[in-house]
Write a new protein. Structure first.
Length: 344
């Protein structure tokens, strides 16, 4: 046995091994190009999603875009179960693909951009189950849904295709980020120019992606299994860089869906030219009194997404794919139903 100043060679090797392991823990993981599926609910041709697509590609990531053919905001987690996706009966939202083309296919201008004539979740799953499977032989490293045209805050997330895209990906075991921008109006990617606000939004998302990539877990994942992020960006002001702030979903939101007996009684419906004397869904907000008897939640928590965005910060909420109740609520219900479950 060789000794060096009273320390054996095996002991030195063990010490060096421990030092190396400590350095691995202290230092961030090496960043690599990521395989990313990008989707949304506003349509595959929008300026928001293409600005991010371009930024991700320029950073060296392998990206495919798979979005719906039309603006499908408010469709939540809906899908056309067992309904064949047949050829298009009308042009896509911004007419880059014409009626008569395949209902699920590739953009004529970019072989990495795909579309589905269906709901947002259908388009996102097409990206996961068809495109990613063929391209990478498995799931991507990340799904990004958005950036959405408009905020998705609190209670309205239940209705959001952007948010539900992320939930479906999370439940598939894929890290996912839902992103929404409060200030964007819908326009085609063909309108993008240098300095466009959509690129500023994309750059904010890139900061998150870069940080997650540099701080991957020991398993190499960007986010823990079953976990994702809901990100809401406030209206961007020239010369002002908003700060990131952790938030919670809460229920505070800019828009609460309400069923009206007559849409003619809804200020929002009237403002959008849909104020017809027929029943339907519209919205109320802080400045619109709901119909008599309708109660909407009042969430004043400073940590709630909507209340964070109002301060001008970027709200980042950590979410989980499955809405499992917290243990305290489980215990309460078990006590209330105890006699039912213990009947002979």
């Amino acid at each position: 046995m060789i000794h060096m100043s009273g320390v054996t060679v095996p002991a030195i090797r063990r010490i060096l091994g421990l030092v190396a392991m400590s350095l691995m823990v202290m230092l961030p993981q090496q960043s690599w190009a990521l395989n990313i599926v990008l989707s949304n609910d506003d349509g595959f041709e929008t300026a928001n999603i293409h600005a991010l697509y371009q930024r991700l590609k320029a950073a060296g990531h392998d990206v495919v875009l798979s979005g719906p053919t039309q603006n499908n905001s408010g469709k939540g987690g809906a899908m056309n179960f067992l309904a064949p996706v047949t050829p298009l009966t009308k042009d896509t939202r911004f007419a880059t693909v014409k009626a008569g083309a395949a209902g699920a296919g590739v953009s004529p201008s970019d072989a990495d951009v795909f579309y589905v004539d269906g709901t947002p979740v259908m388009a996102m799953l097409y990206g996961l189950d068809v495109v990613a499977a063929k391209r990478w032989g498995g799931q991507p490293d990340l799904v990004i849904s958005g950036p959405n045209e408009g905020a998705n805050l609190g209670a309205i997330n239940n209705s959001s295709g952007t948010f539900n895209n992320a939930l479906y990906a999370i439940n598939r075991g894929v890290p996912a980020i839902a992103v929404s921008y409060s200030g964007t109006t819908g326009r085609s990617y063909t309108a993008l120019t240098d300095g466009a606000v959509e690129y500023r939004v994309a750059d904010i998302v890139m900061q998150l992606v870069n940080r997650l990539d540099a701080q991957k877990g020991s398993d190499g994942r960007l986010l823990p299994l079953g976990v994702g992020l809901n990100v809401n960006i406030p209206v961007l002001v020239d010369g002002v860089t908003p700060a990131f702030k952790f938030s919670r979903l809460g229920v505070a939101t800019d828009y609460q869906p309400v069923f009206y007996e007559s849409l003619s009684n809804s200020p929002v419906a009237v403002g959008y030219g849909a104020g017809v004397p027929f029943p339907g869904i519209s919205f109320v907000n802080n400045s619109i009194t709901p119909p008599a008897g309708v109660v909407v939640p009042n969430d004043t928590a400073a940590s709630s997404e909507r209340n964070v965005v109002v301060t001008g910060a970027i709200a980042v909420s950590v979410v989980e794919g499955v809405p499992q109740a917290r243990r305290s609520n489980e215990d309460t219900i078990k006590i209330r139903l105890n006699t039912l479950f213990n009947q002979p």
